[in-house]
Each structure stands twice: as structure tokens, then as C-alpha cells.
Unconditional design. Structure first.
Length: 234
């Protein structure tokens, strides 16, 4: 894998033309594009197909969390879009994750990587206590990562601060998709648990989700090039 293949650029916009244009400009500088709730709600499968014309792998950040049968059907409905990665919430439980896993297996050779969101990076220990989950966020992330692995999934989404603990608990083959990436020259914005692209890879991230440092830059191509240069030096 080339260092830049690790980068999924987050196209967090409802502007379809901008998403298509960004994806086309960034070919060769990032490894793929991520479309999440904002884009998917605005433009659905047609929008995904338009962006996919850039030829890069697609990460459908669906974050499904529902009863097993519904999640199974929703994932099957997404398979014709040929995603490279698709995801669910680990807190949906092992039955829901197994139902999701059995859906991706229907894609055979074209099976997407199925990963799970552990604890949203926006949730603090206090936020978890508020919904009846006592203890440290990191302990919950590790417990949910283990459950995800036991349920047969390929990996998890976790913050840079949890890479080391999840790697230790789940081993080298478990895929870690890491948002909260901020190059030294960029602003943190609302992300709190952050690290640089180079440090995330050194800690053991397989894939990096990077949004605003690229998409919010005056020159997104130059920003992506600077990140590519940083990764090449790792
Ligand atoms: O702009 P920024 O680099 O902060 O974008 C990060 C992306 O990663 C956003 O699309 C956000 O929804 C996503 N994400 C995250 N934390 C998670 C899961 C996904 O920031 N735990």
C-alpha cells in the first residue's frame, strides 16, 4: 500500500458539484473518499455513483444501528454501490454485527471491509455516564473493539488516543480507521482527541479519515500534497 492509500478524505458537504470536483482533484493524492450522513441524506445512491466516477475506493460512513434484520437489509441495499468500506455501530451488539457481516459476505470477491464505530469521539466519560454507561471511554472502546472482532468484523473506527490500546487488544490484522487527524499546520476545530497524520500511522492506524484540513483549505490539492509528503517520510 502506498502511504497516500491510507487516506480517506471526508466529503462532508451537501454540495454535489463540490464533492465531485474535490474527489476528481484529489485522485492520486488520497486513497479514497468517505461519504457520511450529510452527503448520503442529501444525495443518496445517485450522489455516491457520481462521486465514485473519480475511480477511487468509497467508504460509506453509514453508521447503521438498528435491529439485526434491518441492518442486514440496509447493508445488502448498499452493496450495488461497491463500497470498499462500510460501517455500523458496535453498540448495536453482536447479533446486529453478525447480521451485518452476513450481508457483506453476499458480495463475494467484492466484499467491502465491515468496520464498527466504538464510542463516538464526541462522547466524554460524563456523556457516557449520562446514558447509563459508567467508566472510562477508553475501556468501553476496547471492550467494544473486542466484541466487534469476536463478531467477525474487519476492524473499528477509533480516535488516535485509542490506537495503542485497541492494537494491543485486537492484534495486527484488525483494521483501524482513525479520524481526528490534524497536520501540525492545520486548525483543530471541534476535534479534541487529535494527532498528526505521521503520528497516527506510527501509532498503528491503517487508514486515516481527513476532512477539513483538506476540504477546508484554500488549496485542497496543495493541502493533500503536504499530507502526502508528511506520510512519505514516515
Ligand atoms: O473535518 P474532520 O477531519 O474533523 O472530519 C472527520 C470526519 O470523520 C467527519 O466526517 C466525521 O464525521 C468523521 N468521524 C469522526 N469521529 C468519529 C467517526 C467519524 O470525526 N468517531
Amino acid at each position: 500500500m502506498k502511504p497516500t492509500d491510507r487516506i480517506f478524505v471526508a466529503l462532508d458537504t451537501t454540495d454535489l458539484d463540490r464533492a465531485v470536483s474535490l474527489a476528481n482533484q484529489l485522485v492520486g493524492l488520497v486513497g479514497g473518499v468517505k461519504m457520511g450522513k450529510e452527503f448520503l441524506t442529501a444525495h443518496g445512491p445517485e450522489g455516491v455513483r457520481r462521486v465514485a466516477e473519480c475511480g477511487m475506493p468509497i467508504f460509506l460512513d453509514t453508521k447503521f444501528h438498528d435491529i439485526p434484520n434491518t441492518v442486514n437489509s440496509a447493508i445488502r441495499a448498499a452493496l450495488p454501490l461497491n463500497p470498499f468500506v462500510i460501517n455500523v455501530h458496535a453498540s448495536g451488539g453482536s447479533q446486529m454485527m453478525r447480521a451485518a457481516q452476513s450481508a457483506v459476505e453476499e458480495a463475494g470477491d467484492k466484499r467491502p471491509l465491515l468496520i464498527a464505530v466504538t464510542v463516538l469521539t464526541s462522547m466524554s466519560d460524563e456523556d457516557l455516564a449520562e446514558i447509563g454507561m459508567q467508566g472510562l471511554a477508553e475501556d468501553r472502546v476496547v471492550a467494544l473493539a473486542k466484541l466487534t472482532q469476536k463478531s467477525g468484523l474487519d476492524g473499528v473506527v477509533c480516535s488516535p488516543l485509542e490506537i495503542t490500546a485497541v492494537r494491543k487488544a485486537c492484534g495486527q490484522d484488525f483494521k483501524l480507521m482513525v479520524p481526528g487527524i490534524r497536520p501540525a499546520w492545520s486548525v483543530a476545530g471541534d476535534q479534541k482527541r487529535i494527532t498528526t497524520p505521521a503520528d497516527a500511522v506510527k501509532l498503528g492506524a491503517d487508514y486515516l479519515v481527513i476532512g477539513r484540513p483538506i476540504t477546508g483549505a484554500d488549496d485542497p490539492v496543495k493541502a493533500a500534497q503536504m499530507i502526502a509528503d508528511e506520510l512519505a517520510s514516515v
